[in-house]
Design a protein around this ligand. Structure first.
Ligand SMILES: Nc1nc2c(ncn2[C@@H]2O[C@H](COP(=O)(O)OP(=O)(O)OP(=O)(O)O)[C@@H](O)[C@H]2O)c(=O)[nH]1
Ligand SMILES: [Mg+2]
Length: 245
């Protein structure tokens, strides 16, 4: 497993250059990422010399675990308050910047998220191949308040990936705001990380306004998840291209 901060400079986002680029990606109030259309990507001043890289990432996990809510939280849209099964396949994209330490290069990660409802995946055979085709990374989701969803993760890992496929794999525990009622222990998480050599992250998919009241809110909530995802996607490219770190 790679050490956080070994490839991406995690402090860089707070630098002048980092915050200038981040501001181009955020809403004016600075609390969430902005949506961009197909033909109107972020306008980053050309003198900042930013290279854009595109990745496809799918979300997997039991129904109701929070895949659609996680996409909303990460992309800066409204998190659904109730569970509506995702009907088929939904795609969204987000931009997140990073500074590659060993190259001193600034990169804009353009991440396409593929979110399929679990019921639709079971009902239609063609959805899973569409998600897996050319996929660079998979986020495996479980909910802290549903042990069953955690116990399904190894099965999902075996079903969707193999150790040599080069796909970047990250496990994400949702509903961490309800951790007082958690059915998943720290030990369960440590064992999963050690057995599969995969990082396990945590996310609270609560509305930005709710979150702001409790813990400062804003884009800071999603920064650790996005940094880790980008760092692992970049690491995968480094491994695939056989370059030394
Ligand atoms: N408190 C809390 N609720 C959450 C969190 N994430 C998701 N939820 C709630 O969990 C329910 C299900 O979330 P969805 O995102 O629709 O679940 P899904 O995995 O997309 O489900 P399918 O589309 O059926 O596969 C919704 O009521 C969300 O509001 C979280 O981090 N905290
Ligand atoms: Mg859904």
């Amino acid at each position: 497993m790679i050490v956080p901060g070994s490839l991406l400079d995690l402090e860089w986002l707070r630098s002048n250059e980092g915050s200038q680029i981040l501001n181009c990606l955020l809403h004016r109030n600075g609390t969430r990422l902005r949506q961009f259309g197909l033909l109107d990507g972020p306008q980053i001043p050309s003198q900042l010399n930013v290279e854009e890289v595109t990745y496809k990432v799918m979300l997997a996990g039991k129904t109701g675990v929070g895949k659609t809510s996680t996409v909303a939280k990460l992309t800066g849209t409204d998190v659904p308050l109730t569970h509506n099964e995702t009907p088929g396949l939904q795609t969204s994209n987000l931009y997140w910047p990073g500074k590659i330490k060993h190259l001193g290069k600034t990169v804009l990660f353009n991440i396409h998220l593929f979110d399929a409802g679990e019921a639709a995946l079971k009902r239609y055979d063609h959805i899973l191949p569409a998600c897996k085709d050319g996929v660079d990374g998979i986020l495996f989701l479980f909910s802290f308040v549903d042990k069953g969803s955690f116990d399904e993760i190894p099965q999902l890992l075996t079903r969707l990936t193999n150790p040599d496929d080069g796909v970047c794999k990250i496990v994400l525990g949702t509903k961490f705001d309800l951790h007082a009622h958690s059915e998943v222990t720290q030990r369960d998480i440590r064992d999963l990380e050690n057995n599969w050599q995969i990082p396990v992250l945590r996310i609270r998919n609560v509305q930005h306004s709710q979150q702001a009241e409790t813990s400062g809110g804003g884009v800071g909530d999603v920064t650790p998840v996005l940094n880790t995802l980008c760092e692992h996607l970049w690491h995968r490219d480094v491994v695939i291209s056989g370059k030394n770190l």
